[in-house]
Design a protein around this ligand. Structure first.
Ligand code: ZN
Length: 567
């Protein structure tokens, strides 16, 4: 009798454990800011099996609990839906975590000169002798034009690559130029906007756009390094309270990125919901465009999982103003007759890409900095909308540094999602003065936000992390509302007419981003039936004084009802 009794008890215990796993319940108490129109505020959220089951009063929620419910009382802290990021570069972040971080040099203190970056690389080389190549990223101050000789002085034999903070330019030494054939012929092929040359027509070691971005892919991490770096990126995003991100350029920086994401999902360790737009070469010949688009569709069908999903195409319309590659309607102030780099000059090509994506349930995510780039993308999208009749294609234009005011209405008319960066709006010095020297008075109206929300557009926020070295939701609210920084005060306020409300800022990091991903029924707000993804902060972004919002800290982040950061 005894012999049978023990296994029977064990079996019962296993059965109970199984039940416990099937019905994990969680009660969160605190100041719940739901972003849901029906119940905007609450005291409690009850979660069952990773899904929100109830939102309301603490008393009512407690009635749903049993002895096994995990109860977390956050007191006066605020519970938000997990924040969603409309445009980041996880793979680039993964890469940069494993390189020399030159943003530390830029932001250390005092005046940065080019030699400070060189010295940072020298220090790393001394600490890590014998590497086959040296990589750094994050330089952005340019008191003089960089050149290969400055790097050759510390690194004559081994290739060295220093990516800018914006990721659009690269400073390399002579060994690196030799490795990738950057010579007078390359300057002719790419143009001297992209391969800078000296008076004799020889490349100087300063590259922008296509040649820089192509080299990035050729000196990439291995797949294992990519996976390791992505897990660091996931940790970083959770530590900021983000539970979902757009990978706005899958295919950049690492050819193994898709496999790396997929393998992490298959291993069950990837929980940062990632919605990726696959980069296509905007200049492929017409004859190859169809196969490039069909490839995106095939990848969309293949990678369509819960935590990693390819949702469409990424296209670059231009470069960046600091490299003189942003595409402008009027010439650069300091370079008469020059309008920047037209990476995709034909609106008919945009129309074809958009129509294909939208008819297949996908979207197109555009890089658009200058007003001419914005205008051409809008023209293409409106042609596509006219052809297909798809008004909710969820197409997104990101960055939007300079926008011609007549174009605002076209965003609303064609359902275009403006993806803007509040963290970039304050007037910083000396950066603002440098921008003025490049684009003159256009700097005064750069980075519009309210112009879009006033027209009913679903504004999305982005940090472009790691292009911005922070992705703080709290600081995004602060800068969206004030367009300055605490230590700059009034002096830093830039284009105050574009300030938006706190509620609008929160929408731009929750419900509006879920819309970009066609996920609005599942995430972006705290409501019964939605994913139990939350960010808990020690500040109420709707009511707290702005200084405490700037310094707000993340207390906890939850994905599917499970704690992934904090406590
Ligand atoms: Zn970007």
């Amino acid at each position: 009798m005894k012999r049978y009794f023990l296994p029977l008890l064990l079996g019962a215990a296993l059965l109970l454990a199984g039940c416990g796993e099937k019905h994990e319940t969680l009660l969160l108490l605190g100041n719940v800011i739901t972003m849901d129109e029906v119940t905007p505020a609450a005291e409690a959220v009850f979660v069952k099996d990773g899904i929100i089951e109830f939102v309301g009063t603490a008393d009512d929620a407690r009635k749903l609990c049993d002895g096994k419910t995990v109860v977390k009382d956050y007191g006066t802290a605020s519970i938000y839906p997990g924040f969603l990021e409309a445009h980041t570069h996880g793979v680039l972040a993964a890469d940069r975590f494993q390189q020399v971080d030159l943003t530390e040099v830029t932001y250390r203190e005092g005046v940065v000169v080019m030699d400070d970056y060189v010295q940072a690389m020298k220090q790393f080389m001394d600490e890590h002798p014998g590497m086959p190549m040296y990589k750094g990223a994050g330089w952005n101050v340019k008191e003089r034009e960089p050149n290969a000789a400055m790097l050759d002085a510390i690194c004559p034999d081994v290739p060295m690559f220093l990516n800018t903070e914006d990721g659009h330019s690269m400073w390399i030494n002579t060994a690196a130029m030799k490795m990738f054939g950057i010579d007078a012929e390359a300057a002719r092929k790419y143009g001297t906007d992209c391969v800078r040359v000296d008076a004799d027509g020889n490349p100087t070691g300063y590259l922008s756009e296509n040649p820089a971005i192509e080299i990035l892919g050729k000196i990439s991490m291995s797949k294992d390094e990519c996976k390791k770096g992505l897990l660091l990126w996931q940790e970083r995003a959770f530590s900021y309270g983000f539970t979902g991100v757009t990978e706005a350029g899958l295919g950049l920086a690492c050819p193994y990125a898709t496999e790396a994401y997929q393998e992490l999902c298959d291993e069950g360790v990837w929980k940062l919901r990632t919605y990726a737009n696959l980069v296509i070469d905007e200049n492929v010949p017409d004859s190859k465009l169809d196969s490039a688009l069909n490839n995106v569709l095939a990848m969309h069908k293949k990678h369509n999982g819960e935590y990693f999903r390819i949702i469409g195409t990424k296209m670059f319309m231009d470069g960046v103003i600091e490299a003189h590659t942003g595409w402008l309607e009027e010439a650069y102030t300091d370079q008469p007759g020059y309008y920047g780099l037209k990476r995709c000059p034909e609106s008919s090509r945009v129309a074809k890409v958009v129509a294909f994506n939208n008819l297949n349930g996908m979207n197109v995510h555009f890089h658009t900095i200058g007003d001419a780039a914005v205008h051409t993308a809008i023209e293409g999208i409106s042609q596509a909308v006219a052809q297909t009749g798809v008004k909710e294609g969820r197409n997104a234009l990101s960055h939007l540094q300079v926008v011609d005011s007549p174009d605002f209405q076209a965003f609303a008319d064609n359902g275009i999602i403006p993806v803007v960066a509040p963290l970039w709006t304050p007037r910083l010095f000396p950066e603002y003065g440098i921008t003025c020297s490049f684009i003159g008075r256009r700097a005064d109206t750069q980075y519009p936000v309210k112009s879009f929300s006033d027209l009913g557009c679903k504004v999305n926020f982005h940090s472009d992390y790691p292009i911005s070295s922070s992705m703080s939701a709290a600081r995004s609210v602060y800068t969206a509302v004030t367009r300055t920084l605490p230590y700059l005060g009034e002096e830093g306020v830039h284009n105050a007419s574009e300030c938006i409300t706190r509620e609008q800022a929160l929408q731009a990091m929750t419900t509006n981003v879920a819309y970009q991903w066609r996920e609005e029924d599942r995430q972006g707000s705290i409501a019964a039936g939605k994913l139990a993804n939350f960010a808990v902060f020690d500040a109420n972004f709707l009511k707290a004084d702005l200084d405490s919002i700037w310094d707000a800290e993340v207390k906890a982040t939850y994905v599917d009802g499970k704690l992934v950061y904090g406590k």
